[in-house]
Design a protein around this ligand. Structure first.
Ligand SMILES: Cc1cc2nc3c(=O)[nH]c(=O)nc-3n(C[C@H](O)[C@H](O)[C@H](O)COP(=O)(O)OP(=O)(O)OC[C@H]3O[C@@H](n4cnc5c(N)ncnc54)[C@H](O)[C@@H]3O)c2cc1C
Length: 385
């Protein structure tokens, strides 16, 4: 049994790595007491479109990290459309969105974490976790670990969550994602090479989500990343197959879905009723809950890490590890507020299936939508400390 570390972080994606990086920033003496267990080896594949919003970059900047070191594509304009027309968002003098590949981004973040003195043990898969009064017992493919506390950062299919909260209801979105072949750029005049598109045309068909088309790159070769997101907020309704909707939309822009490899992964999203800790164990990132509106989760995972680190540092100061106020700390932060707003907005706009409502929302009410997004949805990262 390995019991040389006090803090076990289970999963080395943005949530787990951010927790470690923030802990070292606010309580450097804890660095040698942290161990991250990651089931894969970096650079490892993670299904994700890789859209990084400004809030993610603010959190990374506060850690002294520059994401420009990671290969990326800068999106000039983001389009929020209903059936091909709608709202254009362009941030002056900056990229509107940065698109990274997750194998590269996560490997870079892991290297930054190791450079700050934190050990990451790769190829170790968590199988079960048992908290008790004195600490936690963590069962893995490489044996049993014992620590004072653990952080569940193992993503949407979190084994940590299933172990500590087996009765918790599941709230997961469905996704499909494809990368087009190198050099396949389509023949669309409406989708420019450096623009990102979110189209909510599937909502009237009972899909509580949208189709996306992002510019991205693999080995510096420009390609497109297409996908469809269904938050599953309307599971009881009859719905068309996600693949059919994606095929139709891609073919409208000169792409053949059948030429691409389709991949799928759930996204566990946040609800206000979510339980995100038990004594000795905290959850971060998708294991705690991502954004139900867009399925955005990289910035959220980074934000959860900042808040969990404060909770852990305070717990070590008090020598008390029941984490009763972690949910309050999250709920009161900018992260908790944006997640709550996105949950409310998702429930409203995805349950109104009337075409004219979406035409009005995305094509006509631009100032209202932009103002509401600015106040309630974006700019939350400055309030995670
Ligand atoms: C198709 C798709 C597209 C998306 N596009 C975007 C986007 O454009 N922008 C955005 O912000 N978000 C996007 N997301 C969401 C985003 O990918 C997640 O919210 C984000 O990855 C959450 O980070 P995390 O650290 O919580 O979990 P993860 O990134 O899933 O990391 C979990 C880590 O834990 C490891 N792990 C898992 N199980 C175990 C185990 N049993 N033992 C040990 N280690 C384990 C995994 O290998 C992984 O490294 C997308 C998601 C999907 C599915």
């Amino acid at each position: 049994m390995d019991s040389t570390h006090d803090i076990l972080i289970l999963g080395g994606g943005p949530g787990g790595l951010s927790t470690a990086l923030h802990l070292v920033q606010i309580a450097p003496h804890l660095a040698p007491r942290i161990l991250i267990l990651e089931k894969e080896h970096y650079p490892r594949f993670k299904l994700c479109a890789g859209g990084l919003v400004a809030d993610a970059e603010v959190i990374l900047e506060n850690l002294g990290l520059d994401v420009c070191e990671v290969p990326h594509v800068n999106v000039e304009t983001a389009h929020f459309d209903f059936a091909g027309r709608g709202l254009k968002v362009r941030v002056p003098h900056k990229q509107t969105l940065r698109v990274i590949r997750r194998d590269e981004f996560d490997a870079w973040l892991a290297k930054q974490t190791e450079d700050r003195g934190i050990e990451i043990r790769q190829g170790v898969t968590l199988t079960n976790i048992r908290p008790d009064k004195e600490g936690v017992t963590v069962e893995t493919s490489q044996g049993i670990f014992r620590a004072k506390i653990a952080v569940g950062a193992d993503g949407s299919n979190s084994v940590t969550r299933k172990s500590i909260l087996p009765e918790d209801p599941l709230h997961t979105a469905r996704t499909l994602e494809v990368l087009t072949a190198a050099g396949q750029v389509g023949n669309s005049t409406s989708h420019k090479s450096l623009d990102a598109h979110f189209d909510f045309f599937p909502v009237p068909e009972n899909i509580a989500g949208y189709v996306w088309d992002f510019p991205t790159q693999v080995n510096s070769v420009p390609i497109r990343c297409w996908g469809i997101y269904d938050s599953n907020l309307l599971p009881a309704q009859k719905r068309p197959a996600l693949k059919d909707l994606l095929t139709k939309e891609m073919s409208n822009h000169g792409f053949a879905l059948d030429d691409c490899e389709i991949k799928s992964h759930p996204i566990r999203w946040y609800t206000p009723q979510n339980q995100i800790s038990v004594p000795r164990v905290l959850l971060v990132g998708d294991a705690a809950g991502a954004d139900p509106l867009f399925g955005e989760g990289i910035s959220m995972a980074l934000g959860y890490g900042a808040i969990a680190a404060q909770e852990i540092a305070a717990a070590f100061q008090r020598d008390e590890f029941s984490f009763p106020s972690y949910w309050k700390r999250v709920a009161r932060s900018g992260l908790g507020q944006t997640l709550l707003m996105r949950w409310v907005v998702a429930r409203i706009i995805y349950s109104i299936k009337w075409r004219w409502f979406h035409i009005l929302l995305w094509r006509i009410m631009h100032p209202v939508v932009l103002l509401a997004a600015w106040i309630f949805i974006l700019n939350w990262s400055k309030r995670v400390k």
